[in-house]
Design a protein around this ligand. Structure first.
Ligand SMILES: CC(=O)SCCNC(=O)CCNC(=O)[C@H](O)C(C)(C)COP(=O)(O)OP(=O)(O)OC[C@H]1O[C@@H](n2cnc3c(N)ncnc32)[C@H](O)[C@@H]1OP(=O)(O)O
Ligand SMILES: CC(C)C(=O)C(=O)O
Ligand SMILES: [Mg+2]
Length: 514
């Protein structure tokens, strides 16, 4: 058996998914779950890209102890300095330094000659290796790069101190056989790779990300990169859970071992789906709702006689229980605590009490509280810094004009009451909220889903809003769709205010430095 390092980039490449914008506390929550999932390295963000990401990476670095925490940097000293400041408190800090090596990226994007790219890469790796114990270097767009140029630049960055070399399929262009050949070519032609790990990082533009990653693993790479649920730029990254389950189920073929706790898969996937607002398609491998569902008679008959007739993955392997305990109005703290433990939720006493109260309130209106409901309630209560909170809501619906009246608790604890009209109920509510905060806010996207089937399901609303040049997302959960809509809009406004405060702090710091 060969050991493979798992590099998770849900919090960096995954967050680059269009429409995803995680709050710092949400990134920390995902990071702690990734640690329980047992990834070897988590890429927590891109510290130089914003003050918010810098702070999130810094907090993750301080709190995650059982795996390496990495940050991304372009080949510039200021990006490396920002990454070092954010990561220096980590138990195992790693810099992920990248520069593009394909002709099209070098000429049009970087406007550098190949010689200049080599020189920049070498200078930056050397500079980074004086600070970081591990420097991972990536040749962006490696699969559209000249292989002999890759051989040359890899030899030089390894001499300068790179300990991991990642060859990403940045635009999802390669095929399994070609990607495997590229790694073989690099192994055979770069003379100084002893002690250096090669890494695969695939995108899914042609739907080949997982197949390409597995081909690279068969070709001998020591590290694989991906994201939970395959989220990421454009069509996304390789779905890390699919790679891990394929390696486990086909151990006979791959002969690979990882540290991953596969029983944490379902929970990690749900957490990422809920916090990013990117729902997992029902038919998605490993974590889709239908992944273990049998619908047709012949299949059901087979599964009843022997599950292995149609099930190659046991649900328990990825943390799904086949039996279930019903939680509802008559459940007490013990049963609820057991459920939280079963879901592997790590809660302080205060968080547990808050969650238990939300659960009890929900049982007033919902007969059976599901795992998804509990997770939704937990995430709803995870952002403690609420500036505006919904107090009450009345909506009077009319065919061409609807009136909404709201009470919102503001930053100073006062309840602001306002009313407005709109063409529909949600528009009327959003018009009132705009009045409450006295700022025009443009709604770009609105999505709604239910946590479960049935009439008493919770509604989860995701919104994307623009305010000046900022685009933020918000999430709201409630038994009623209109209250969930109001909460999502207020959540987005709260995030704008938090970002504004962070920017003000950054301005003060920069002014102080000048
Ligand atoms: C393949 C990947 O996933 S790469 C990671 C992509 N992730 C992101 O871009 C998310 C975060 N990005 C951001 O917030 C912003 O793009 C920032 C803060 C990093 C930079 O913002 P800006 O300074 O406004 O630059 P902008 O994004 O418009 O352009 C990127 C610049 O970086 C340069 N650049 C790109 N990659 C690299 C690199 N690896 N090394 C050095 N410079 C690079 C580009 O050539 C361009 O430089 P130019 O301004 O001299 O033309
Ligand atoms: C930053 C690099 C590694 C990347 O995400 C890519 O090339 O896809
Ligand atoms: Mg990528």
């Amino acid at each position: 058996m060969r050991k493979l390092d798992v590099f998770d980039t849900t919090l960096r490449d995954g967050e680059q998914s269009a429409g995803v914008n995680l709050h710092g506390s949400e990134k920390v929550e995902i990071a702690l779950q990734l640690e329980r999932f047992g990834v070897d390295i988590m890429e927590a963000g891109f510290p130089a890209s914003s003050q918010g990401d810098f702070k999130a990476v810094q907090e993750i670095a301080a709190r995650v102890k059982d795996c390496s925490v990495a940050g991304l940097a372009r080949a510039t000293k200021s990006d490396i300095d920002a990454a070092w400041e954010a990561l220096r408190g980590a138990a195992l800090p790693r810099l992920h330094l990248f520069i593009a090596t394909s002709p099209i990226h070098m000429e049009y994007k970087l406007r550098k000659t190949p010689d200049e790219v080599v020189q920049t890469a070498v200078d930056c790796v050397r500079y980074a290796a004086e600070r970081f114990p591990v420097v991972q270097w990536s040749a962006e767009d490696a699969t559209r790069s000249d292989w002999d140029f890759l051989v040359r630049i890899i030899r030089e960055v390894v001499d300068a101190g790179a300990r991991v070399v990642n060859l990403p399929d940045t635009v999802g262009y390669t095929t399994p056989a070609e990607y495997a050949r590229m790694f073989q070519y690099i192994r055979e032609n770069v003379p100084n790779l002893a002690g250096v790990k090669l890494s695969a990082h695939c995108h899914d533009d042609l739907g080949l990300a997982v197949a390409n990653s597995l081909a690279a693993i068969e070709a001998g790479v020591e590290q694989v990169e991906g994201t939970l649920n395959g989220i990421g730029e454009r069509a996304g990254n390789a779905a890390i859970e699919e790679i891990l389950v394929a390696l486990a189920i086909r151990k006979d073929v791959y002969q690979i071992e990882t540290r991953a706790n596969l029983t944490e898969t379902a929970l990690t996937s749900k957490l990422v789906a809920k916090l990013t607002g990117m729902a997992v398609p029902a038919n998605k491998a490993v974590v889709g709702n239908n992944a273990f569902a049998h619908e047709s008679g012949i299949h059901q008959d087979g599964v009843l006689k022997n599950a292995e007739t149609y099930e190659i993955i046991r649900p328990e392997m990825v943390g799904l229980k086949s039996n279930r305990m019903v939680l509802g109005k008559h459940s007490g703290r013990h049963a609820f605590k057991e459920k939280c433990e079963e879901l592997n939720l790590q809660l302080s006493e205060q968080q547990f009490n808050r969650l238990f109260n939300s659960f009890k309130a929900l049982t007033e209106t919902k007969k059976e509280v599901t795992d998804d409901d509990i997770l939704a309630l937990l995430l709803e209560s995870s952002i403690e810094e609420h500036k505006y909170e919904l107090e009450f809501l009345h909506v009077s619906y009319g065919l061409n004009e609807t009136t909404a009246a709201l009470g919102v608790r503001g930053p100073n604890g006062e309840v602001i009451r306002e009313a407005a009209t709109g063409n529909g109920s949600v528009e009327a509510i959003y018009n009132v909220i705009e009045r409450v905060v006295d700022t025009p806010i443009h709604l770009i996207d609105y999505r709604i889903q239910s946590t479960t089937g049935g009439r008493d399901s919770l509604a989860e609303v995701y919104v994307k809003v623009a305010y000046h040049d900022r685009v933020v997302t918000g999430r709201g959960v409630h038994g009623d769709v209109l209250s969930a809509s109001a909460k999502a809009f207020l959540d987005a406004i709260n995030r704008i205010l938090i970002k504004e405060r962070l920017d003000d702090e950054q301005l003060v710091t920069m002014t102080a430095q000048v």
